[in-house]
Design a protein around this ligand. Sequence first.
Ligand code: GCB
Length: 728
Amino acid sequence: MIPQHQLGALSPWLEVWGSGDGSWRPTVKATAAGCTPLGTAETSPGLTGCPAVSLGPALRRSEPGGKRLAVSCHARSMLRGPAAVWAALGPLLWACGLALRGGMLYPRESPSRERKELNGLWSFRADFSENRRQGFEQQWYRTPLRESGPTLDMPVPSSFNDVGQDRQLRSFVGWVWYEREATLPQRWTQDLGTRVVLRIGSAHYYAIVWVNGVHVAEHEGGHLPFEADISKLVQSGPLASCRITIAINNTLTPHTLPPGTILYQTDTSKYPKGYFVQNINFDFFNYAGLHRPVLLYTTPTTYIDDITVSTSVDQDTGLVDYQIFVEGGEHFQLEVRLLDEEGKVVAQGTGGRGQLQVPNAHLWWPYLMHEHPAYLYSLEVRLTAQTAAGSVSDFYTLPVGIRTVAVTEHQFLINGKPFYFHGVNKHEDADIRGKGFDWPLLVKDFNLLRWLGANAFRTSHYPYAEEVMQLCDRYGIVVIDESPGVGIVLVESYSNVSLQHHLEVMEELVRRDKNHPAVVMWSVANEPTSFLKPAGYYFKTLIAHTKALDPSRPVTFVTNSNYEADLGVPYVDVICVNSYYSWYHDYGHMEVIQLQLATQFENWYKTYQKPIIQSEYGADTIAGFHQDPPLMFSEEYQKGLLEQYHLVLDQKRKEYVVGELIWNFADFMTNQSPQRVMGNKKGIFTRQRQPKGAAFLLRERYWKLANETRYPWSAVKLQCLENSPFTL
Ligand code: GCB
């Protein structure tokens, strides 16, 4: 049992526990740790169906860090069985889930919008105090961080783990504190018609934000952006600068995504007092910090808050349905224009929703599927609002690709044509910066993808930076967009608290990525224990919710369960299967691969009649290890194993297999273990992006596949010419 005072130190939220008597008047048991009660309070049903929670004084005084209210149904209700619980709770949780408000448009400059990047060096301190709460007890956010103790220089964006020489910081679990001053242009602080927004691209895992000592935002989950309107704060005084403080906690629990657990070691003959480690069930290092750009941007006070675009095709005419959401005012007009790549207006409209028709539309095609892939139009939105101060305008331009996606019993169709995924799985991972966003790395990766002839990747195992998705749109690299639902293994991770959070994460992901033509499918999870009893309801709910959020794209999760036992696959549109024949079993016996792989495909297909993607396969390989005849970990073994897979894939892709994604694009860092030699070495490129032998093998294969599957069929052969491939 974990000592409660210590759990309290690490777990940043409160929970609301339902009484589960069916009437939904749950009592609130608030805990700073999910364990230690701070107080109780009665609740009453809210208007939206969400429980309106009124908190007792103990709770209102709750410690910093204890903020999030989650809805959970435990104990007594569970005794009555999941079905009864869900009959009562399901609709409520859905209603809560759908309550996510506001848009998350990527902050672009326009005549009405400015942006100021806050990347660079921030002040930093990890709270090594025993309960990790000294920062809250001493209110480090109140005054400049340097006044409460020593600070380090920390680059942003970057993970904090690998930039220093301190072993303890590398594996630190708990709260870390970031701070920097930002000087603001005078107009931002003096023009009350300007809205100033602070945007954080990704803070892993739980973040609390203060500006000039005032709490402005909180967010759970790395990998997705969040923001705070700080206009009032920066416009209320004589200051032309503001101090931004961000506290981040990388503690994972069974209910976070990804989940994790804290293990306290209490045997004092073996471990020092208070010793604990964080355990995870996923195979990558839990890098933490401010991983993506932090920036300030402006809009007018009446502004374009969100745009949703969905496209379809009627013969040669492209149809662009749009919906625009405005905040901050009631009286406004909206005009939209769609421009082609030459800047010519091809369609226009007015109002908050409508359909634009584009005769002879250039469709958005994947890389190597068409001679002009990735055609992007620009949707220019202009808002004119009447305010007390007169008329103001807001402008936002969104890239739009016109394309369709569909799934049949045995095909994945893009623009009505069969699409075969030949690509990779990636990680956001590199030396020193960890998961920190880095343009040179990103451009290198895209150059390698195109060199390889890859037309797709999966964002294994969490959403990637927005800039990555933008490049996919521009280059035609098709994306299976995955949530951080990786390592869902424990039965507690199927609880209602977990499901509620997972629903919210899917909302945040769809809200962020819905307009990217490159995104063709959502993946809600990777390798969950989908054979466990609660998995059926969990995935049914999660997938249905994701489809409700975005009816235009198929939804999947990636399985490694047995085809007869998997309780989630009945709900997916495409079956994504991971397998490691002759790697994690039958070690060294490549001769069994063909039989085992063919059986795998046949079993899944005969059970479900759905298209299948081989979503992972591969072998750890130490670059430079050679052995012939091949032995495990040599470059020859990696190539040999892939070749065996390819023999079967070449048969089954004529039937119902619609893709193959190698594990992995590049070597990446993991936790230390006897199975990992400074990380996972299944990359076809090293962590420094140099090719192993398998990269050349795959390159030959992918270009051959591209030539077989391109559209429109022409006599012209595709060839890779440095960075600008294409036809000869
Ligand atoms: C898997 C996981 C991936 C691991 C990989 C491996 O099935 O999805 O996260 O890294 O296997 O190399 O074991």
